[in-house]
Design a protein around this ligand. Structure first.
Ligand SMILES: Cc1cc2nc3c(=O)[nH]c(=O)nc-3n(C[C@H](O)[C@H](O)[C@H](O)COP(=O)(O)O)c2cc1C
Length: 452
């Protein structure tokens, strides 16, 4: 599929913590994770670069998948060593921005739908229709153990639970008609009781009476984001998601994923353009190709191998301490995190990396494809966009906020010059900027799995 018109969308992957270990070791990195001003500065940078949204991932435990210990994470400041709750951070960014979308990750495995639906409805109101929810089902036993469970529930079960969670959330957002709030002082009518209804949901996982105590969000529902890679994950995403994140080592695998998820959405009665697929990229930018390659090598040098390996062990849900450090990562038949494992095996083979070298690169977050001058990076993005591998990109920073500023100063103008990126926001709400319709009340009926 070759695209001949339209603009690409940009999401920024912002961590409320150091991110990869290079994210605090790099001399350019700022260490402001515990201050609101740090996130507000990032929000302003992204809005000046006309990003659609700032997206915050989340983890509900300090990962201990490497050798059953948190040491590799906390000693070296790796991915899950320190992580603030993203939702209050988004309120702070909302206060200093006007158009930037605001996305937080919340797990359907450990929270309650009433609480989550209420939080995102609130954020949607106070931001003027800019909220988004990245729906994850979580995959770590360490996370289960923080919520009273011995181990994590199996994949099919957790997606079935996610489906019901979304159904309840959507019913709650629909529980107020858009015009239910009247505020008629003269007749002492605050809201119209005929337009606010309880939901009386009785299900396998949740019993919720409703209604919500927050009026219908300006966007109808917040923008829904998902990143499932397995068959169950892709199916869930193709029914519920407005935006899909994914991670791919090659153009070919990104293309395969793109057409598969779009085809699944169409099979569920949606239009291919109702779902925006934004593959994850980590640009490493230089004034010359050599300078960018040197920066990539420097970032990997900064990071102790165990910092990267303890993060990779978390991402792949495999204890990598069992494999020899000076050999290749073995190909496994049934990896627990489908997609990501194969992707990492592909990178190690392509670049000829031992596990030790892979750990350093992974900790430096430079394992991706987009390394070079701004125009070389724009060439790659243009190819992925026009040849059907993405509707845009999720940009991760090697360091915050420096790498975002650099991307906005160098790659963004290049994309704008080529007519691939907006120079002004098209609308006020995130849905408007993404070109997505507002879901009609009751739209959840078409989204739930038929054979749940
Ligand atoms: C770009 C990207 C971001 C993700 N962010 C998170 C996250 O913040 N928290 C989380 O628990 N899982 C996150 N995941 C994991 C996915 O939600 C999902 O569990 C994983 O891709 C495996 O897919 P599956 O659940 O269908 O097996 C992310 C995945 C990708 C590709």
């Amino acid at each position: 599929m070759t695209r001949t018109h339209g603009k690409l969308h940009l999401s920024a992957f912002v961590t409320a913590g150091p991110g990869r270990a290079s994210g605090w070791l790099d001399p350019r990195a700022e260490h402001g994770w515990l201050s609101a001003a740090y996130y507000q500065k990032i929000g302003r940078i992204l809005e000046s670069g006309r990003f659609d949204l700032a997206f915050f991932p989340d983890i509900l435990a300090v990962p201990n998948r490497y050798n059953g210990s948190i040491e590799g994470q906390v000693r070296y400041g790796a991915l899950g060593s320190l992580r603030l709750d993203p939702t209050p951070i988004l309120s702070n960014i909302a206060a200093v921005t006007e158009r930037l979308g605001l996305a937080a990750t919340v797990s359907t495995s450990y929270q309650q739908p009433f609480h989550v639906a209420r939080t995102f409805a609130t954020l949607d109101h106070i931001s003027g229709g800019r909220s988004a929810w990245n729906i994850v089902t979580s995959f770590q036993d360490a996370e289960a153990k923080n919520f009273g469970h011995a181990e994590h529930i199996g994949r099919d079960e957790r997606y079935a639970k996610a489906d019901e969670f979304l159904e309840v959330s959507a019913k709650l957002w629909d529980s107020w008609a858009a015009d239910a709030l009247v505020l008629d002082r003269q007749n002492a009518r605050f809201a119209n009781p005929d337009k606010i209804e309880a939901i009386h949901h009785q299900g396998r996982w949740f019993n919720v009476q409703g209604p919500l105590n927050v009026p219908r969000p300006p966007q109808g529902w917040p923008v829904l984001i998902q990143a499932g890679a397995s068959d169950a994950g892709r199916d869930f995403a193709s029914r519920w998601a407005d935006v899909v994140f994914c991670s791919h080592a090659s153009f070919e695998s990104a293309k395969e994923f793109y057409s598969d998820v779009k085809a699944r959405a169409v099979r569920h009665g949606r239009r291919a353009e109702d779902i925006k697929i934004l593959p994850d990229i980590t640009p490493v930018i230089g004034r010359t190709t050599e300078e960018a390659q040197k920066r990539k090598a420097r970032l990997a040098e900064l990071v102790p191998d165990v910092a990267g390996l303890s993060t990779l062990a978390y991402h792949m849900d495999i204890d990598l301490s069992q494999f020899p450090l000076d050999e290749y990562l073995p190909a496994l038949k049934n990896p627990s995190i489908v997609g990501h494992y194969d992707e990492v095996v592909e990178i190690t083979r392509r670049e000829g990396l031992t596990l030790r070298q892979l750990g350093k690169q992974y900790g430096g977050r430079t394992e991706g494809n987009f390394i070079g001058t701004p125009s070389e990076i724009a060439n790659g993005l243009e190819q992925w966009f026009t040849e059907g591998a993405g509707d845009g990109f999720t940009v991760t920073a090697t360091d915050q906020p420096g790498a975002f500023q650099e991307f906005v100063d160098t790659v963004v103008p290049e994309l704008q010059r080529r007519g691939l990126l907006r120079t002004e926001y098209e609308g006020n709400t995130l849905r408007e900027n993404l070109g997505l319709a507002t879901p009609a009340p009751g739209a959840w009926r078409e989204r739930i799995a038929r054979n749940r």
